[in-house]
Design a protein around this ligand. Structure first.
Ligand code: MN
Length: 338
């Protein structure tokens, strides 16, 4: 398995390739990797991706040693966050809208989501400053309910409007860990009727390493059964992924989940996101939404794990990881509110 990322050494940013825990210089393989980001590779499209990844496995790459600083893999274009775990949507519905049905009427008919703020996406290791905001009616101050969200995202190449569900994976370069930091007090007061805004836009962390989708062939599993049957533009559903996930706070594991807990597939998410005629650009990020399983020990946020009672303290370090070393981790430490 390989992953691509960007590292900084001696003041210069370069693309690196990761195999296991070791970093290598991939530039002998392709000129597309000589930039300071993955953007030229993402723009080159699927045939180039398969060619470069295939060559990487056969190449004798020079290892990179010494101190490195990880960067964002590319300038992040548009950022969408879905809401595709049914268990998460039901848990949040019960907490935020206790007098209503847990699932909103639209949920089983389409992968719902919102557009987030790409400018505040940061790489693994970046400190996270506790946000301030309206934490209740008439009360502005530091959030007291800062939370993580365990998610997996994918980066795209350039694509047309209305990507069909069958061809959607042709436009998905690779996957990356995502922590959608969330201020639950700001979120609960602001979110109706237009959805998440300042409760989430202060920071989103992503892992430094992008694992090409083509590397995950042996992790593919059938999509979950979907009832009611999705509309034609969301059928067939494509395939899901079996990737174990875990979150630790200060080195203590607080939850274990799996990407198989997602109801909507990446193909359905991308087909839906472009179904109105919107096209995608290289470097766009689509995140899954919080990945909660059916068991309480598999919930993907503190909101769910503690029934909305305990949240992050200043100094806490939250680390997301998978069972695959090449993804690296997605970590961030909470800093006091400015
Ligand atoms: Mn989220």
């Amino acid at each position: 398995m390989i992953a691509f990322g960007v590292y900084s050494a001696d003041g210069v940013d370069r693309v690196g390739v990761r195999i296991g825990d070791q970093l290598f210089d991939p530039t002998p393989v392709s000129q597309l990797l000589e930039a300071a980001s993955l953007l030229p590779l993402l723009e080159a499209g699927r045939d180039a991706w398969l060619d470069v990844v295939g060559q990487m496995h056969d190449a004798d790459l020079p290892p990179i040693e010494g101190g490195i600083l990880l960067r964002l893999p590319c300038p992040i274009g548009d950022y969408v966050d879905f809401y595709s775990s049914r268990h998460h949507a039901e848990n949040v519905g019960r907490i935020f809208r206790p007098d209503s049905e847990p699932l909103t009427p639209n949920w089983r008919h389409m992968p719902i989501g919102y557009h987030g703020r790409s400018g505040t996406i940061v790489v693994d290791g970046t400190p996270i400053t506790r946000p301030a905001g309206q934490i209740a009616k008439g009360n502005f101050g530091p959030s007291r309910r800062l939370d993580f969200e365990l998610e997996m995202g994918f980066l795209t190449g350039t694509g047309p409007a209305r990507i069909s569900v069958e061809e959607a994976e042709d436009y998905i370069f690779g996957l990356v860990l995502v922590n959608d930091w969330s201020a639950r007090d700001i979120q609960a007061w602001e979110y109706q009727p237009l959805g998440p805004f300042l409760g989430k836009s202060f920071a989103t962390s992503i892992g430094a390493w992008v694992v090409p989708l083509s590397e995950l062939a042996d992790r593919r599993i059938p999509a979950p059964s979907q009832d009611p049957a999705p509309l034609d533009y969301l059928s067939p559903p494509g395939r899901s992924l079996d990737l174990a996930l875990a979150v630790s706070i200060n080195d203590e594991i607080v939850t274990r989940s799996n990407t198989s807990n997602l109801y909507w597939t990446m193909s359905q998410q991308l087909a839906h996101a472009t179904s109105n005629g919107a096209h995608i650009r290289a470097g766009d990020l689509f995140a899954s939404g919080t990945i909660s399983g059916p068991e309480p020990q598999s919930f993907g946020s503190l909101l769910e794990l503690t029934s909305n009672t305990r949240f992050l303290e200043d100094g806490d370090t939250v680390t997301l990881a998978t069972g695959v070393a090449e993804f690296g981790v997605c970590s961030g430490t909470v800093q006091p509110c400015l």
